[in-house]
Design a protein around this ligand. Structure first.
Ligand SMILES: Nc1ncnc2c1ncn2[C@@H]1O[C@H](COP(=O)(O)OP(=O)(O)OP(=O)(O)O)[C@@H](O)[C@H]1O
Ligand SMILES: [Mg+2]
Length: 257
């Protein structure tokens, strides 16, 4: 499924990818990152990991394909200056109230008010599974679900698969690493909490990954060797190495027994 861009509202944030806030033809606003040239590995990583996270029942900003046509770009000075091309780009639906994990507000939220705190082992497992190099405190947010409760939501998977320059060697190169953790980990006492999510993730088949790749715009595939290598890499992730990665990083967990 894809949507068409209608209005280029503004530059959304001055972060690495310089996303724009764009109104689409479903009446909603989207934070859109641009898919071109050197940014394609990062866009594919973001799309594939967003779809995978949803498949593993994690709360994530769902990737949505937003089509920009030539007229839309002609009408935007900023996009023209960046030489953004017409075609499919990558959006996530704009959420009005979000708290980045390093902000003052999120630090004041009592952990028991976070409804998916029990999913932290799953989120950590996911980062190891996709070899995420960048779970900085802005790449996971807290979103209010009502006046008193919040939930962790994942976003920005552009540095997964070992970094934004992954290529046809990814099946040989993907590592088992843990970069940073900014979620509340006080419910974690040992490797036991990681076994079920890791089992679920490592059971993913090459057909499952192929389906995700097939649902992606063909224009994002810069070479078939890379996507084939990615399918191999993800369907061969190894449970033993994932658990070992947790053991090697146990100092990150204050309640480890
Ligand atoms: N759909 C959205 N709704 C609300 N806020 C969003 C949305 N997407 C991104 N943000 C906010 O914008 C910030 C930057 O987004 P994102 O991390 O995807 O961009 P980036 O350019 O890759 O950033 P960086 O490289 O610094 O990690 C996020 O930390 C988050 O606070
Ligand atoms: Mg980010």
């Amino acid at each position: 499924m894809s949507l068409n861009a209608v209005v280029d509202i503004r530059l959304f944030s001055d972060t690495a990818s310089r996303p724009h806030l764009i109104l689409a033809d479903d009446g909603n606003q989207y934070v859109v990152k641009f898919a071109q040239n050197a940014d394609l590995p990062s866009i594919v990583a973001e799309y594939v990991c967003g779809m995978l996270a949803a498949k593993f029942n994690l709360r994530v900003l769902d990737p949505i394909v937003i089509m920009l046509d030539a007229d839309f770009i002609r009408n935007s000075v900023l996009l023209r200056d960046r030489e953004i091309q017409a075609g499919p780009h990558l959006g996530t639906k704009m959420i009005n109230t979000v708290f980045n994990l390093n902000g003052n507000t999120s630090k004041k939220i009592y952990p028991k008010k976070i409804i998916n705190r029990d999913q932290v082992p799953n989120m950590i497992s996911f980062d190891i599974f996709v070899n995420n190099k960048d779970r900085n405190p802005g790449n996971s947010i807290l979103v209010p679900v009502n006046d008193d409760k919040f939930e962790y939501v994942l976003l920005d998977h552009g540095e997964c698969f070992g970094g934004s320059n992954w290529d046809g060697d990814i099946a040989k190169k993907m590592k088992y690493e843990l970069s940073e953790i900014h979620w509340d980990t006080r419910l974690i006492t040992g490797v036991g909490e990681f076994i079920i999510p890791m089992q679920e993730m490592t059971q993913i088949s090459s057909r499952d990954v192929q389906q995700i790749i097939d649902s992606m715009p063909r224009a994002w595939v810069w070479d078939d060797k890379s996507t084939q290598s990615l399918i191999l890499a993800l369907s061969n992730r190894d449970m033993k190495n994932m658990l070992l990665c947790i053991e090697n990083n146990k100092s990150m967990f204050p309640r480890w027994i």
